[in-house]
Design a protein around this ligand. Structure first.
Ligand code: 5GP
Ligand code: MN
Length: 344
């Protein structure tokens, strides 16, 4: 069963690339989440255990609740260390692209990647990878997380004995965060076979849960109260919900990276709500869009049509470069266009 998801030909091609090269860089998407950081660090540590030179380069900083991850200090962040990041990318023979499938998801780091002559290898679980950009694609949208794919890669290339505790912790974190603690996208038996192996390797899953989720700042808790009380708009007849936070509000609550993580899921707890949208004005006039749904409602097609983005069926995102009013208007238009899917 663990042979599933990645065809043997791709595994063998990846094995050859790893055997034949020494300098690897692992990159993941901007605004990196638990899966992006967890899967990248796991891959980096695995490659180092094989005696390779391997580094993780991320477009921008990751949230505080992930800083405990093994070797998190080794991550090179392009936004704050562009020179070092570009140096590593330029020196790499192989760039492993994890948890994203198009260079546009890297922000400015994408340009440095595009101009690099290194082989680019995709290991990812998003739909519709950008063909042509990658020389080898391990793309499996059925996977619960990229971390699950990294587990499968290690298992298939080196057997389960190669799983150090550090690698296992990083993989578990990616799997846990990308499934909302195994609340969605996680109905496959083999996910739990993998979890069992991770626990056998020494992972304390309860401790990881606490490190990730019981790690909120006061400002996050106050922000949650404010959002639920004042800022959550429920469109009962449409089974939809909207949360907006303006740049001024984010400043007022001294919101740090990661403080708004998961807010978009909260309206889904209300009976009947199938679709939730969170508009966060990161910078004046730059609005980050987060979409979540339950069941069959495809927020990725809505994200692509209305917000220049994409993602998974139940978790997608995009951007609006305009005022908050304009973004809300777009949301309302999108919701109305999907009335049938939302209400039937
Ligand atoms: P989040 O709401 O956590 O920022 O993003 C949820 C998911 O939506 C991500 O894992 C990613 O798959 C997708 N996503 C977010 N923003 C974008 C975007 O701008 N473009 C695309 N293609 N996907 C996005
Ligand atoms: Mn992911």
């Amino acid at each position: 069963m663990l042979e599933w998801l990645i065809p043997q030909a791709q595994m063998e091609a990846l094995r050859a690339v790893i055997d034949e090269n020494d300098k690897f860089v692992v990159v993941a998407h901007k605004n990196p989440d638990g899966d992006a950081v967890g899967s990248s660090l796991a891959m980096m540590l695995y490659l180092r255990s094989l005696g390779k030179t391997a580094d993780v380069v991320l477009p921008n900083a990751f949230p505080d609740f992930l800083t405990w991850l093994p070797s998190a200090d080794d991550v090179v962040v392009y936004e704050t260390a562009a020179e070092r990041a570009c140096e590593l990318v330029a020196a790499a023979q192989v760039i492993l692209c994890l948890d994203f499938n198009s260079p546009s998801r890297l922000g400015p780091l994408g340009e440095s990647l595009c101009s690099s002559s290194a082989q680019k290898i995709l290991i990812d679980h998003h739909l519709y990878p950008e063909e042509g950009f990658f020389s080898l694609m391990l793309s499996a949208p059925e996977a619960c997380s990229t971390a699950e794919l990294v587990y499968r890669v290690i298992y298939r290339l080196s057997s389960v004995q190669a799983l150090s505790l550090d690698v296992a912790q990083a993989i578990y974190t990616g799997m846990m965060t990308d499934t909302g603690s195994f609340a969605y996208a996680s109905n496959r038996k083999d996910i739990y076979l993998i979890v069992a192996e991770l626990i056998a390797a020494g992972v304390d899953k309860d401790l990881i849960y606490r490190r990730v989720f019981y790690n909120a700042s006061t400002s996050r808790l106050r922000l949650m109260g404010y959002v639920l009380y004042k800022k959550m708009k429920i469109y009962s007849r449409m089974n939809a919900a909207l949360i907006t936070l303006s740049y001024d509000e984010l400043m007022h609550f001294k919101v740090q990276k990661g403080d708004t993580e998961g807010l978009v899921n909260m309206p889904l707890q209300k009976k009947g709500v199938r679709f939730s949208c969170f508009l966060r004005e990161e910078l004046p006039g730059k609005i980050n869009v987060s979409l979540r749904s339950v069941g069959d409602f495809p927020c990725n097609t809505l994200a692509a049509e209305y917000f220049g983005g994409g993602g998974h069926k139940n978790a997608s995102g995009g951007e609006v470069h305009d005022t908050m009013e304009a973004a809300v208007e777009k949301f309302v238009k999108a919701m109305n266009a999907y009335r049938k899917e939302l209400t039937e």
